[in-house]
Design a protein around this ligand. Structure first.
Ligand SMILES: C[S@@+](CC[C@H](N)C(=O)[O-])C[C@H]1O[C@@H](n2cnc3c(N)ncnc32)[C@H](O)[C@@H]1O
Length: 480
């Protein structure tokens, strides 16, 4: 039995893999790719389908196909798609056997490094062979030099469990070693690095430990070697799916000035361990960027004034400050509306109205473009609508309700992230079906959670609903 059949991977949606985002990056580069509504989307090595199912639900007219070698995982994916009434096609297939018509978007997360060398070559050849002329592919891979220490720990764990044939017993043995390592007094050199990494890994799931640290294949490569591999099959690296994530660390200008290959140098200086690359065909034809259907989503929170500049942070960490009032107003508007995206024209109109100076749109567009490059603003093409306020009878997204109902500890959001939920959230999601008003929801919850009185529910439920709204868990019909 394949190890993924025995211990399925904890596949999750990933914001960087959303078609609205990847196809926006393609259009921004001048590729005349399809829009997400009508795109043909393929995921290679789709695992349990939890990345592809939310995509198929968000874009019911798109043609969505997922393949994986593991029949158990494909069975799980197909069951979720069936329960949600989606037309996505899941197929148990070896990627070597992939054939067919071209795709506008190919997703391949957590596969490139996890397979043997001939399969990796076949993967890149299939991606090239199946990519539409203006299409893009997302391929993630483990990177050096960041994976050197992880690789040493992986080797240590693999040597430790080498004589144990049973997968789950191997995981248990590895975990025991990690516990001992993490609490050891090693405080210098490689030992200290291994201890820190072991402590970090203790939080990981059994399936992550099994497939990333104990499986036979996990090949990390340098960026220049990934780029060369892509080039050998006729692919070019267009950009990172997380714009700005390949930047050099602050304060390294003097080193970067000497770099022959700045992107590779930046990886060394940052100790990068992972990349999410967006690839296109090397014969792709680039035209002028097409801004039709483009929208922006805020990812920063306003952090107050600093002299004449306005500060912005991400998850509480300061990331930028700007004296450009136009941009500061735009980032504030985006933060107010997040997780909903705002169409480019609508954002320009709101900003113009707030600052009271007409004719600033071109300046704003340039400033926002720089923000997109740095990952301070998300650029999206035809994103799904997300309400930011609850209606009288709130309806949570059917996909989130489905995953919660089958007992999963996280649910997909319309932002395309996995949102952790607790037992109270799961009960709430079951009740948020568009039939119950908030009073009825509260009534139905009373008595369901021992230890939570009506009074306590009255305090806690509004907070959980606010979390769900902010995470993008409600269906568009709920917009006021
Ligand atoms: C690390 S998992 C990642 C799964 C999923 N993409 C995710 O991120 O959760 C690697 C996946 O690649 C699949 N895989 C490995 N070799 C394959 C092959 N030759 N053809 C198709 N899928 C393959 C495995 O079954 C497994 O589901």
């Amino acid at each position: 039995m394949d190890s993924y059949d025995r211990l399925p991977y904890d596949t999750k949606p990933g914001r960087a893999m959303h078609p609205a985002r990847l196809l926006a990056l393609a259009r921004r580069s001048g590729l005349a790719c399809a829009g997400p509504d009508t795109a043909r989307v393929l995921e290679i090595g789709c695992g349990t389908g939890a990345n592809l199912v939310p995509i198929a639900a968000a874009y019911p007219r798109a043609e969505v196909v997922g393949i994986d070698l593991s029949p158990v995982q494909i069975g799980m994916a197909a069951a979720d798609a069936r329960a949600l009434g989606l037309s996505v096609r899941f197929e148990t297939l070896d990627l070597h056997d992939l054939r067919g018509d071209p795709f506008d978007l190919i997703l391949c997360h957590g596969v490139y490094s996890w397979i043997d060398d001939p399969t990796r070559d076949a993967l890149m050849e299939r991606v090239r062979g199946l990519l539409a002329p203006s299409g893009v592919a997302f391929v993630s891979w483990n990177a050096l030099p960041g994976w050197h220490v992880r690789g040493a720990l992986r080797e240590l764990l693999r040597q430790h469990v080498a004589d144990e044939p049973d997968l789950l017993a191997r995981v248990a043995m590895a975990r025991d070693l990690l516990v001992a390592l993490a609490s050891s007094p090693l405080d210098a050199g490689l030992g200290a690095l291994l201890r820190d990494r072991a402590a970090h890994l203790l939080d990981a799931s059994d399936t992550y430990l099994a497939h990333d640290y104990l499986a036979p294949h996990n090949t990390a490569v340098y960026r220049r070697d990934f780029v060369a591999h892509a080039a050998r099959v006729g692919l070019s690296v267009l950009c990172e799916a997380e714009p700005g994530s390949d930047a050099a660390p602050p304060g390294t200008d003097d080193v970067m000035r000497l770099a022959h290959d700045p992107a590779q140098m930046a990886d060394f200086l940052a100790g990068r361990a992972f990349h999410r690359s967006v690839l296109c065909r090397d014969d792709a034809v680039f035209g002028p960027p097409d801004a039709t259907g483009m929208a922006f989503r805020g990812v920063l929170e306003p952090g107050g004034a600093e002299g004449s500049a306005m500060r912005f942070s991400r998850r509480g960490v300061p990331v930028m400050a700007t004296e450009n009032r136009l941009l500061a107003v735009a980032l504030t508007v985006l933060a107010e509306r997040a997780p909903a995206a705002i169409a480019a024209d609508a954002l320009e109109a709101v900003v113009t109205e707030r600052i009271g100076i007409p004719g600033t749109a071109p300046l704003l567009r340039r400033a926002l473009d720089t923000c997109v490059e740095h990952g301070f603003v998300e650029l999206l093409l035809d994103p799904p609508a997300i309400p930011t306020r609850l209606g009288a009878r709130p309806r949570a997204w059917s996909v989130a309700r489905h995953y919660a109902a089958r007992g999963q500890a996280w649910v997909p959001s319309l932002v395309h992230e996995a949102v952790a939920i607790n037992a109270l959230d799961a009960s709430l999601l079951a009740l948020l079906d568009g039939q119950n008003d908030r009073a009825a929801v509260l009534d139905a919850l009373v008595g369901r959670h021992p230890g939570l009185t009506r009074e306590e529910l009255e305090v806690r439920v509004p907070g959980r609903l606010a979390m769900m709204v902010a995470s993008g868990l409600f269906e568009p019909q709920e917009a006021p």
